[in-house]
Ligand binder design. Structure first.
Ligand SMILES: [Zn+2]
Length: 327
C-alpha cells in the first residue's frame, strides 16, 4: 500500500483512529481515499517542518455525528514518534526572511492573548521548533520562558541563549509543576496530535487558574479549503485531526476551557513561501522556486488567508468571567 521507501515498507503498521470528540463506535464517512504513493520520498522527509507540501495523506474521513475531519487509519504511534524525532528542521534560503514575517504575526497573536492575562510573565511554547517564538516572548517582557520540541535537529538549531529553555521531547503535564504558566502557546500542533483532548487536559494542568491557551490550527472548513478540496495543503500525512471553528470550540470546552476568541487569520508571507502553499504540482513549484532563488522578488511581502485560525481560551478560575452573567 505504501510505496514510500520500500526498504521500510514492511515495518510500517497502521492503527485505526476514532473521532476525538465523540470517541469510538461512531460511524464516519470517507471524504478522500488515502494517497500515500510519494514516488520515493522517505518517511523522515515527510515529517520535516516547513517542507514543500506534497499531496500525500492518509484516508480522510468525517464523523457522522459531529463533523470532525480526521485521518483514518494512520501509522502506529511508535512510527509517528520516530518520524518526528528524526525529522529535519529545514533551513532553506527562503526561510530566513519568512521567519521575520512569522515572528511578527506570532508576536501579534501573543499580544492578543496577553491582553487577557495582565501581568503575564511565564510562557510555555509547545512544539517550539528552534525556539524563535521564545525570543519573541522575551522581547515582549516574558521573563520565564520554556519550550518543548520533539525534533532533535530543531533543538540543536536553537540560539545558544534560548537552547537551555527548551526540553527536547513530547509534552506531558509531568514535565512542569501544576499551575506554573500564565500562557501556553502551541502553533500548528493541535492538528498533529493523536489525542488532542488529552493534550489540552495536560495544558490545563500546567496553566494557572485564569491562564490562557493560545493555539493556531488549520480551519478545514475555510472557504479556500472548500474550493481546493483534496488539493488543499492541509490534507497532509502529518495531520491527524482537522478542526473548524465549531469543532475546535467543542474540543476546548470538552477539555475544560472557556473559549474567548476564534478567528480566521490573515498572515504575511514572502512571495516564495506563499508559492509553496499554492495547490499546484510539486515539479512546477520547484522550478518556479528555483527561478526565484536569490532574487529580491522572492521576498516581496504578500498578505494571505491561508485557512489558519487563532484560538484563545481560558482555564477557569481567578480572572475568568462569570458565565451566567451574574455580577
Ligand atoms: Zn464526532
Amino acid at each position: 500500500m505504501v510505496s514510500v521507501a520500500r526498504e521500510e515498507e514492511k515495518s510500517l503498521t497502521f492503527r485505526d483512529v476514532s473521532c476525538a470528540l465523540c470517541g469510538p463506535g461512531v460511524r464516519h464517512r470517507v471524504l478522500y481515499p488515502a494517497r500515500l504513493d510519494s514516488a520515493g520520498i522517505k518517511p523522515e522527509q515527510l515529517f520535516s517542518s516547513r517542507r514543500i507540501p506534497g499531496r500525500i495523506h492518509f484516508r480522510i474521513v468525517t464523523c457522522d455525528r459531529c463533523g470532525l475531519v480526521y485521518s483514518n487509519p494512520i501509522f502506529d504511534e511508535e512510527t509517528i514518534s520516530r518520524l518526528y524525532a528524526e525529522s529535519q528542521f529545514i533551513d532553506d534560503p527562503f526561510l530566513k526572511n519568512q521567519f521575520i514575517n512569522i515572528k511578527q504575526d506570532y508576536g501579534r497573536h501573543l499580544k492578543k492573548a496577553a491582553a487577557h492575562v495582565p501581568g503575564a510573565r511565564r510562557l510555555l511554547d509547545i512544539g517550539c521548533g528552534n525556539g524563535f517564538f521564545l525570543s519573541v516572548a522575551r522581547e515582549q517582557g516574558f521573563s520565564n520562558i520554556k519550550g518543548v520540541e520533539p525534533g532533535r535537529d530543531a533543538c540543536a538549531k536553537a540560539d545558544p541563549d534560548i537552547r537551555p529553555s527548551i526540553v527536547q521531547g513530547t509534552f506531558t503535564k509531568d514535565l512542569f509543576p501544576r499551575n506554573s504558566f500564565d500562557i501556553v502557546s502551541a502553533f500548528h500542533v493541535l492538528d498533529h496530535l493523536l489525542s488532542p483532548a488529552d493534550f489540552l487536559n495536560d495544558v490545563r494542568e500546567v496553566l494557572r487558574p485564569g491562564g490562557i491557551v493560545l493555539l493556531v490550527a488549520h480551519n478545514v472548513r475555510f472557504w479556500v479549503t472548500r474550493l481546493a478540496g483534496e488539493h488543499a495543503p492541509m490534507f497532509h500525512i502529518e495531520h491527524v485531526y482537522l478542526f473548524d471553528p465549531r469543532t475546535a470550540r467543542m474540543l476546548l470546552e470538552k477539555s475544560g476551557f472557556d473559549v474567548l476568541e476564534v478567528e480566521d487569520l490573515t498572515c504575511t508571507y514572502t512571495l516564495a513561501h506563499a508559492l509553496k502553499m499554492v495547490p499546484m504540482p510539486i515539479s512546477v513549484k520547484t522550478s518556479i522556486l528555483k527561478m526565484l532563488e536569490g532574487k529580491p522578488a522572492a521576498d516581496i511581502k504578500v498578505r494571505l488567508s491561508p485557512g489558519d485560525m487563532l484560538l484563545i481560551a481560558r482555564k477557569p478560575g481567578e480572572g475568568s468571567l462569570k458565565k451566567d452573567g451574574a455580577a
